[in-house]
Write a protein that binds this ligand. Structure first.
Ligand SMILES: C[S@@+](CC[C@H](N)C(=O)[O-])C[C@H]1O[C@@H](n2cnc3c(N)ncnc32)[C@H](O)[C@@H]1O
Length: 379
């Protein structure tokens, strides 16, 4: 090497660390970096955690690990996935480890975070389902609203997973049960019609309160009605509770019920049809019978309730959550007497509405639009 090249090489070597330092300083000084770091902590990671946990709870993977640590094979078996999917399953589980939700020791995955352990508990199933509902239905409402406004798209009932909603609705189970306790006769024989029964848990509660109660429980969605029928059989209530797939609006039955209940579903009906729907419910009550309707109302709700309201604002069926005064007017318009709204718990947006069908004279029946067919019966 000639002396000039040697001198240049020595100079370059000497400058190299400074060039690295300058490049690092330029990268660190990128004005976007602090925002990215902050978003990673406050938005991205919680969203990844929520998504992982919702999927792990919904697929039963958390429950599987709640009893014992599970190797890849047993998790694959639980999910019913083939050997060709092992690599992808591992990739997903490893993100769970990276997020701190799971632990991997000696080839076995186990629950690590407190949240994962809590969501794995059977008693917290409604909360796990609520997390799934939030990600699968609430997030699309927030995300797609501008696009829907521009393109005119709307959510349909098929955009909800009825089985997830049937489980997540039970987050307000305690409030519904308090309302049922207040409204249900305890000793006299009661013939109950429950509209939109979901899992059937509220009918089960009513049947426990009154051992002489028998019920017909209907749900619009076939898979929901089928699951409710299965639940009734498991709970030993199949001889007291009949489950049918059916639509309140087209149900052709005699006015034979002492109590009609509608829990958490008045917003499945458009606002301007609610008085008619309630009149249909009244037409199925025997003289002197009672309607008990429970619902979260607009106004003082949690953020989750406001987003639920947003979803129904963007649904092509149904409508916004009710306002207390508006629903009271609709109950009166439907012909109910002694119409009342009560707050089940102070500070909550949840209300119990009651109305009675006049004790004297025949129930004012409405003509049915069509008949629920025998094929529609889930059991
Ligand atoms: C949010 S879920 C509530 C389920 C249950 N009542 C509870 O509180 O856990 C509403 C249910 O009402 C049902 N539903 C909606 N419209 C209906 C109708 N027209 N007739 C019967 N069921 C209906 C839906 O299929 C859904 O299962």
């Amino acid at each position: 090497m000639d002396p000039l090249s040697l001198a240049r090489a020595v100079k370059d070597r000497a400058q190299e660390p400074f060039r690295h330092l300058a490049a690092t300083a330029r990268t660190v000084a990128d004005p976007r970096l602090p925002l990215l770091v902050a978003l990673n902590r406050t938005l991205f990671t919680p969203l990844y955690r929520a998504s992982f946990l919702a999927a792990a709870a919904g697929s039963g993977v958390l429950r599987c690990m709640a009893t014992r640590p599970c190797d890849l094979e047993s998790i694959a078996e639980h999910l019913g996935t083939g050997p060709e999917e092992r690599r992808r399953l591992r990739a997903w589980l490893d993100i769970g480890v990276r997020l701190g939700e799971l632990d991997l020791r000696e080839g076995c995955y186990r629950l690590r975070s407190r949240t994962a352990k809590a969501l794995a508990r059977e008693g917290n199933d409604a909360v796990a389902a609520a997390l799934e509902e939030l990600l699968r239905f609430h997030v699309p409402a927030l995300r797609d609203a501008p696009r829907m406004l521009q393109g005119g798209g709307r959510f349909g009932l098929g955009d909800q997973d009825g089985l997830v909603v049937a489980r997540s609705s039970l987050v307000v189970r305690g409030l519904v049960e308090a309302a049922v306790r207040r409204a249900l006769p305890r000793t006299a024989p009661v013939r109950l019609l429950e509209v939109g029964c979901g899992s059937g848990a509220h009918v089960r509660y009513a049947a426990r309160l009154n051992p002489r109660l028998t019920a017909l429980a209907i749900d619009l969605q076939a898979e929901v009605a089928a699951r409710a029928a299965k639940n009734m059989a498991q709970w030993g209530l199949a001889d007291r509770v009949e489950i049918r797939r059916g639509d309140l609006r087209t149900l052709d039955l005699q006015p034979q019920f002492d109590v009609v209940t509608m829990h958490n579903n008045i917003y499945y009906f458009p606002q301007d049809e609610r008085a008619e729907v309630l009149a249909r419910a009244r037409s199925l009550l025997a003289p002197g019978g009672t309607l008990l309707l429970t619902s979260s109302c607009r106004g003082s709700g949690t953020l989750g309730i406001e987003v639920l309201n947003l979803w129904f604002e963007y649904a092509r069926f149904g409508g916004p959550l009710p306002r207390e005064d508006e629903l009271l007017d609709q109950l009166r318009a439907a012909g109910f007497d002694d119409v009342r709204a009560s707050r089940v718990l102070p500070g909550q947006a949840f209300r119990a509405f009651t109305g009675s069908n006049a004790a004297t004279g025949p129930a004012r029946a409405l003509p049915a639009r069509s008949t629920v067919t025998a094929e529609g019966a889930a059991s």
